[in-house]
Design a protein around this ligand. Structure first.
Ligand code: BG6
Length: 375
């Protein structure tokens, strides 16, 4: 898995390995027939999980963005309050650990110094901890009370892609499991979610067909030096990670922002010189998603009135968005809580092709390392 297998860069190979990473991460842990998620390696008793009163998710970089998506999954499916924090902040702010608090640390490498220190701080203050890691027996995995491994395979490129989507799949599995053991989810609901999870790899294969469109966008926008990435609710972490990918590999300034917040400042910057990349999908079965989508449409109309160029990530079949935005990349329809796994793929590809178009070292961007093991 560590060689490029014919791809020009590890990053592109790892983007295209995401369907397999999702299959390997999800399939061993679900039984569609029984309507059950089994997380044997979580090693925290059902009684303890039923007594959890608050969950704190702590991570760095892209892994924290996965945690931000996980917050929506766990709150919606298990009805447990979740807070998300940077590991580098958590470890130095004397965190208040509540009674019956569970701390989830997310880390591809399992060796990030900030995240290691954060987990040690949480444990020292009495919190049980679960690590989500892509590296077996890594330091953070070994020191956690419970471990949920992603099975994305070795991730070589400094910019994290397949680990990110696998992390979100594991967080979704954990949210179902927690909802299951706390009696929040009926068997039929769990079966429906498992079915959607099992369809994700094929839907991700479909999204990967947009690679040439993303390359064309990079060719068109490769001289632009600033972008604004927008998303609402669970799509905000997608916008954050799309912006981070672009910064990491192409050195272009990009900012992720909650779409609804643009009127409180960023709107002053939005004009013909600041392209807007907006996640504007819609789960028609989710009233909240439909409401947010309608707000997004209004936002885009406003950006167009300000002469901005708009790149939209939209749901397949949304012909209205094709008319409204300057460029639209479509992703297959999926439940609101799972669509981030599909939405991030075109943003990963866009960042990749921007870096290639600019002739940069895609897999080893300047000033960055794969795992910051020293603070
Ligand atoms: C950075 C990497 O150094 O560390 C990012 O460049 C990564 O891609 C971040 O998201 C956190 O790393 P890890 O291994 O703890 O997920």
């Amino acid at each position: 898995m560590a060689d490029k297998r014919g791809f020009p860069h590890h990053m592109l190979k790892e983007i295209f390995e995401q369907p397999q990473g999702l299959r390997d991460t999800v399939a061993p842990r679900v039984s569609l027939e029984k309507g059950l998620v089994q997380l044997d390696d979580v090693r925290i008793t059902v009684e303890e999980l039923c007594s959890v009163e608050r969950i704190s998710i702590v991570a760095s970089g892209t892994s924290r963005h996965a945690g931000m998506a996980g917050q929506f999954m766990i709150q919606d499916l298990a009805n447990v309050p979740v807070e998300v924090d940077y590991a580098s902040e958590f470890e130095y702010r004397n965190p208040l650990i509540c009674r019956n608090e569970l701390t989830i640390v997310i880390t591809q490498s399992g060796e990030t110094a900030d995240t290691t220190a954060a987990q040690r701080e949480a444990k020292a203050k009495g919190s049980r901890t679960i690590a989500i890691s892509n590296v077996m027996d890594s330091t953070i995995a070994r020191e956690a009370d419970g471990v949920l491994y992603t099975h994305a395979g070795p991730e070589i490129s400094i910019a994290s892609t397949k680990a990110f989507t696998a992390q979100m799949a594991v967080l979704f599995l954990f949210a179902i499991y927690l909802g299951q053991v706390r009696g929040k989810l009926a068997k039929e609901q769990v079966q429906r979610y498992i079915r959607e999870l099992l369809e994700l790899p094929a839907k991700t294969e479909t999204v990967l067909e947009c690679a040439s469109a993303c390359k064309a966008l990079a060719d068109r926008y490769h001289q632009v030096e600033d972008f604004l990435f927008l998303g609402r609710a669970i799509h905000y972490p997608v916008a954050m990670d799309g912006a981070l990918k672009l910064k990491e590999v192409s050195y272009v300034h990009a900012e992720g922002y909650p779409t609804g917040e643009t009127k409180h400042g960023p709107n002053a910057m939005i004009d013909e010189n600041l392209p807007v990349v907006i996640v504007a999908t819609c789960d028609r079965n989710d009233a909240g998603s439909v409401l947010r989508y309608e707000k997004n449409v209004a936002n885009i109309k406003g950006f167009k009135r300000q002469s901005a160029r708009v790149i939209a990530i939209a749901s397949e079949g949304d012909e209205g968005m094709r008319e409204l935005a300057d460029h639209t990349i479509f992703v297959p329809r999926a439940p609101e809580l799972l669509s981030p796994i599909l939405e991030i793929v075109p943003l990963q590809l866009f960042a990749y092709y921007m870096a290639v178009r600019k002739g940069l070292d895609v897999d080893r961007p300047r000033n960055l390392v794969k795992s910051v093991t020293l603070e």
